[in-house]
Design a protein around this ligand. Structure first.
Ligand code: SAH
Length: 396
C-alpha cells in the first residue's frame, strides 16, 4: 500500500490504548501531507518513529481524518475482511439471540467504523456514515450477500453524520426486492417495520432489554407511550397485559403503523393513538384530568452536539416534569435518553428535579443501557449512548 499517515510524537497513545480515530492535528503533515491523500483511500498508520500501527481509511477534510480498520498493516479493508468482520459480528448475535432480528453491525463497536447494519431476518438495512465507508459501499453489499444471501439490502443513508462528511442522502433498495411488509419480533411481540420511510433503520433495537424489563410491570396498568414511533414500547406493553395504552407521536405515519402493529398482535382494542407535539399533548392530557400508572418517555436526541447540552438538559427536565404530573399516586416512569452527551447522572438529575418540582418521592429502580447487539468499544465513549431509567414516583 502506497499511502501513509505519520503521527506526531506522542499522538500514538490513544491508538495504542485501543482507540480507532485519528484527528487531523495529530498527523505529521510535513512527513505525510493529508491533502495528498485521496478522500476515502486507505493508508498505513505509522507512529512518530515510523513503526506501522495498522490500516485506516482517510477523509482529509474531516476533523476525524482517519479511522482504523485493522491493526494488521499488511491487510486492507476489502470484501474479504468485511466478510470476516460480518462473520465475527454474526457469531456474537447468534450467541445472544434466538431469532434473526438485531443490530448486526454497530460501527466502531464491531470494528467497522462508520458502518451500521440492522437485520430483519432476510432484509438488511445499511447505513454508511463516513466517506471511507461510502467508498466501500459496493464491497459491503457483496460481502453481506456472501454471508447472508439476503432477500433485500437497503441503503438508508440519511443520517446527520453524513452531512459532516459532505455525503448526499441515499435511501434505496440496492439489492433484491423488499417484501411488502418487513416483519420482526421483539420480546415475543410482532411488528411491521417501515424501513424505507421510518426513522433511522426503521426500528430501535437498542431498547430491547429495557422494554423487556418494563413488560413485566404493566399488567392491568394504564400506560402512556410518549414519542411512541411505531409502538415499540406501547404495543409491547399492551401485549403484556396493560389495560389501556395511549401512543403519542408527531408523525401521522408512525401512528398508522402503531395501529397496524396493534392489529398484528390482536390488540386493536387496547391501543389508542394521538398525533401531537409531545409537550403540548402532556399539558393537554393534564388539563383534561387524565392519569396514567406508567409513562414512557423515549424522545429523539435533544442533545446532538456538546453546545446543545444546556438547552437539551432543560428540555429533558421539562419533559419529565410534565410527565410526572400525569402519574397517579404510585406511578412508574421510564425515562430514556439517546443523547450521547447526556451522562446517566445528568438524566437522573433531570428526573430528580422533576420529581421534587411536583413534591413527590422518586426511587430509581432500574438503570438500563443499549442492548448487547450495540457493543460499546471500551476506548470510545461515543459508542455508549443510551440510558433508560425506571423510576417509581409516589406521594407520602
Ligand atoms: N420510542 C420510540 C423511538 C422514538 S424515535 C421506539 O421505542 O421505537 C422519535 C420519535 O419522536 C419519532 O417517531 C418522531 O416522529 C417523534 N417526535 C419527534 N419530535 C416530536 C415531538 N416534538 N412531539 C412528538 N413526537 C415527536
Amino acid at each position: 500500500m502506497s499511502e501513509r499517515l505519520r503521527l506526531k510524537k506522542n499522538a500514538d497513545r490513544r491508538l495504542k490504548a485501543g482507540h480507532l480515530w485519528l484527528y487531523s492535528n495529530e498527523i505529521d503533515i510535513d512527513e505525510t501531507p493529508l491533502k495528498g491523500i485521496e478522500p476515502g483511500a486507505q493508508a498505513v498508520v505509522e507512529a512518530a518513529n515510523g513503526k506501522a500501527m495498522g490500516i485506516a481509511y482517510v477523509n482529509p477534510h474531516s476533523l476525524i481524518c482517519a479511522r482504523v480498520v485493522s491493526r494488521d498493516a499488511n491487510v486492507r479493508l476489502d470484501r474479504s475482511l468485511l466478510v470476516h468482520r460480518f462473520n465475527q459480528a454474526l457469531a456474537l448475535r447468534k450467541r445472544l439471540f434466538e431469532k434473526p432480528f438485531y443490530r448486526l453491525v454497530h460501527g466502531e463497536g464491531d470494528l467497522l467504523p462508520g458502518l451500521i447494519v440492522d437485520r430483519f431476518d432476510d432484509v438488511l438495512v445499511v447505513q454508511l456514515n463516513t466517506l471511507g465507508m461510502e467508498h466501500l459501499g459496493e464491497e459491503v453489499v457483496a460481502a453481506l450477500d456472501k454471508v447472508f444471501s439476503p432477500r433485500a439490502i437497503v441503503f438508508k443513508n440519511d443520517t446527520s453524520g453524513r452531512r459532516l462528511e459532505k455525503l448526499e442522502h441515499q435511501v434505496e433498495v440496492v439489492q433484491g426486492t423488499l417484501p411488502e411488509q418487513v416483519l420482526m419480533e421483539e420480546n415475543g411481540v410482532r411488528f411491521s417495520v417501515p424501513v424505507m420511510s421510518g426513522q433511522k433503520t426503521g426500528w430501535f433495537f437498542d431498547h430491547r432489554a429495557n422494554r423487556r424489563w418494563l413488560n413485566d410491570l404493566v399488567a392491568g396498568k394504564r400506560v402512556l407511550d410518549v414519542f411512541s414511533y411505531v409502538g415499540g414500547w406501547g404495543v409491547q406493553a399492551a401485549a403484556h397485559g396493560a389495560s389501556e395504552v395511549l401512543c403519542v407521536d408527531s408523525s401521522a405515519d408512525a401512528l398508522v403503523q402503531v395501529a397496524e402493529n396493534a392489529v398484528l398482535n390482536g390488540l386493536a382494542g387496547q391501543v389508542a393513538v394521538a398525533e401531537a407535539n409531545a409537550f403540548e399533548a402532556l399539558s393537554a392530557l393534564k388539563a383534561e384530568g387524565e392519569q396514567f400508572d406508567v409513562i414512557i418517555l423515549d424522545p429523539p436526541a435533544f442533545i446532538k452536539k456538546r453546545k446543545d447540552i444546556p438547552n437539551g438538559e432543560r428540555a429533558y427536565s421539562q419533559l419529565n416534569r410534565e410527565a410526572i404530573r400525569l402519574l397517579g399516586r404510585d406511578g412508574l416512569l421510564l425515562s430514556a435518553s439517546c443523547s450521547m452527551h447526556l451522562a446517566q447522572e445528568r438524566l437522573i438529575e433531570c428526573v430528580r428535579g422533576a420529581v421534587r418540582h411536583q413534591d413527590r418521592h422518586g426511587q430509581v429502580i432500574y438503570r438500563g443501557s443499549q442492548g448487547p447487539d450495540h457493543p460499546v468499544h471500551p476506548a470510545i465513549p461515543e459508542t455508549a449512548y443510551l440510558k433508560a431509567l425506571g423510576v417509581r414516583v409516589f406521594r407520602d
